[in-house]
Design a protein around this ligand. Sequence first.
Ligand SMILES: [Zn+2]
Length: 217
Amino acid sequence: MLRFRLFGFPVTVQPLHWLVLALLSGGLLQLNDRETLLYILLFMVAGFLSILIHELGHALTMRRFGCRQVAIVLHGTGGVAISQGGQFSRGQDILVSLAGPVLQATCGIAVLFLMAPGKGTWPPILDLLLLNFVYVSLFWAILNLIPVYPLDGGQILKGALGPRRIQLTLRISIALAVIIGILLYRATSSLLFPMLLGFLAWQNYQMLTHARNQRGW
Ligand SMILES: [Zn+2]
């Protein structure tokens, strides 16, 4: 398990994080030469950096709102910034959720501008690393902004509707997870995102049932 500190935040990178990044690179099945291995490794480094920046956006905003104990964990399905003892207002909650995808997408767009024709030439290996970084950053940021709880977009929706309308948040999450899952399947023919969104829809349904039984939540 890789552990280090970044801007004072303890960061833990679980082994599964590397494995899932290697799978997402799409190169594992064709791994029979050094070029493919290099491509997979570059994708893993780019994905790791991009997701770390995303979580750093959440963590720095939590600290800005007074939370002193924040840790970052990168795991199999991405990452999480965990705060201990922090109590945020609804508005602060929304800004904390927004900060991750916004910082990540901003870094992705900045690198895209750096790579624009006429801005200098890069060694091919760095070019590939930066290209993967741009791709992961924009894709991950957009995916996380989908208003499906507990993705960042769902957290923003929950903050906007407030605790009294948690059932509405969960219903919207279920509907959007199903619709966007179908649209992504039709657009990409990949089962990966429908499976992820289907899992989130099921999770939201479980929470909705729990909320109904508790008459509130
Ligand atoms: Zn996030």
